[in-house]
Design a binder for this molecule. Structure first.
Ligand SMILES: Cc1cc2nc3c(=O)[nH]c(=O)nc-3n(C[C@H](O)[C@H](O)[C@H](O)COP(=O)(O)OP(=O)(O)OC[C@H]3O[C@@H](n4cnc5c(N)ncnc54)[C@H](O)[C@@H]3O)c2cc1C
Length: 411
């Protein structure tokens, strides 16, 4: 079947692109391997809620209009939001259609699913880069009686076998899961690699309001002056709890350094905990200093002064545990909150590798007609969020017009 444009993936990115193409009269189809909002349905825990505020749910043509702009959608509400979006605009989505193959075909591209083959001059790849679990290879060395899952398969504390739990990874997912387990009376160990947290509120506003006002989230990822706010592992934890990492320890969590080795029931950890927490404190100070500077520069008089140092309780002595025996520690489960990786195995274009996908300018020059949308950090910090994906979809459409005019033109 010939079609003007194809979109691979029916998450927020694919739907946003579909909305823009439909509005502009471009004949297209969204191919989704599961259901609409598949990643939200299959890969988030029951108590999950967004850390971005409702006013940031800005899919094109479908901004949040509810009565709680400063609230946070639960997972089921995100799913409903995406389903409503598709329904409202009758976006053409073909579910249960996994793309297995994408290759060049003359001036066009051939896209193959189990059911059908399509030919199209434009293909938008909106398959996300936070939906293929990344689990360290050392997990395979761990004794088989230990229950292991990735954070994307975690649903609730009830589904985790009795006994203590080790959460590996100190990002947003690891934090939320460890917090929930502790609240449910579970004994929790947590291995931290690089980690960062910022407070939910600072100087009278939600932190996301400051970062938006300051233009941080609109900055191209490669030019971000505030690079220290990010780390390679994950986005910062945003929490209403002050000093949320040390607060977990006060709740009973046993913190550990980076996991370095695993052999049956014996695990080794680097002596890196103190350093991780110090780096996190440094990131916090730097980020909030930028907010302070912004407030001063813009003469914002009504924002109360907050002492950042009072947010941290550095008197807490962190343990220096280098080895753990899972059985002796009664640890029956490990939750790998170790992030995600790309999955572009279906892309069979000569010279393609996944680093190209994260460079929006390079993609178009090497593969005219191929676009990547929605990947975390692909253009700006907000590219992978419900707030930012719409503007990226609009700019992809503009690039489509320019590129298509140069050889065939959108009819
Ligand atoms: C733990 C966590 C917390 C987050 N919190 C927030 C937050 O608070 N606010 C926020 O704005 N964002 C948040 N995000 C980021 C982001 O919003 C999500 O990752 C979102 O799912 C990205 O949307 P997407 O459409 O780009 O990708 P996805 O939602 O992953 O959609 C991609 C779709 O492509 C489909 N697909 C994949 N491969 C194929 C194929 N070969 N053929 C056909 N279909 C395919 C998948 O089934 C999926 O439905 C969070 C992400 C995670 C993981």
């Amino acid at each position: 079947m010939k079609i003007q444009a194809l979109i691979v993936g029916g998450g927020q990115a694919g739907l946003a692109m579909s909305y823009v193409l439909k509005r502009e009269g471009v004949d297209h189809l969204v191919l989704e391997r599961g259901e609409i909002a598949n990643s939200w349905i299959t890969q988030r825990w029951n108590s999950f809620s967004l850390v971005t505020q409702n006013w940031q749910n800005q899919l094109p043509g479908f901004p949040y209009c509810g009565i709680k702009p400063e609230g946070f959608l639960r997972n089921s509400e995100v799913i409903a939001y995406l389903r409503d979006y598709q329904k409202t605009y009758q976006l053409p989505v073909r579910v249960n259609s996994e793309v297995l193959w994408l290759s060049k075909f003359g001036h066009a591209y051939q896209v193959t699913t189990q059911q059908e083959t399509f030919f199209s001059e434009m293909v938008v790849i909106a398959t996300g880069n936070l939906n293929r679990p990344r689990i360290p290879i050392s997990s395979k060395e761990i004794a088989p009686e230990i229950y292991q899952i990735h954070s994307s398969s975690y649903k609730s504390p009830n589904e985790i076998p009795e006994g203590a739990v080790l959460v590996v990874g100190g990002g947003q997912s690891g934090y939320q899961i460890a917090y929930e387990l502790l609240k449910n009376g579970r004994k929790v160990f947590m291995s931290f690699g690089r980690t960062t947290w910022i407070p939910r509120n600072y100087r009278g506003k939600d932190i996301s309001v400051w970062l938006t006002l300051m233009g941080v989230i609109d900055t191209p990822i490669n030019r971000i002056q505030t690079k220290f706010m990010l780390n390679s592992a994950s986005s910062p934890i945003i929490s209403t709890e002050h000093d949320c990492l040390r607060n977990l320890v006060k709740m009973g969590l046993t913190p550990l350094g980076r996991l370095t080795d695993a052999s049956m029931e014996n695990l080794s950890f680097a002596d890196s905990l103190e350093k991780s927490f110090q780096e996190s404190d440094f990131h916090l100070f730097q980020t909030l200093k930028l907010v302070d500077q912004y407030i001063t520069r813009n003469g914002i008089l009504d924002s109360p002064i907050e002492q950042v140092s009072t947010m941290l309780d550095r008197r807490l002595n962190l343990p220096r545990i280098k080895k753990i025996n899972l059985l002796e520690s009664n640890i029956s489960s490990i939750i790998w909150a170790t992030g995600f990786q790309n999955d572009f195995q279906f892309v069979k274009l000569p010279g393609f590798d996944s680093s190209i996908a994260l460079d929006c300018n390079k993609v178009s020059s090497i593969f005219p007609g191929i676009y990547f949308l929605g990947m975390h950090g692909v253009c700006t910090i907000k590219s992978g969020s419900l707030y930012g994906v719409g503007s990226d979809a609009e700019s992809i459409y503009k690039r489509m017009i320019n590129e298509m005019q140069s050889y065939s033109g959108i009819q």
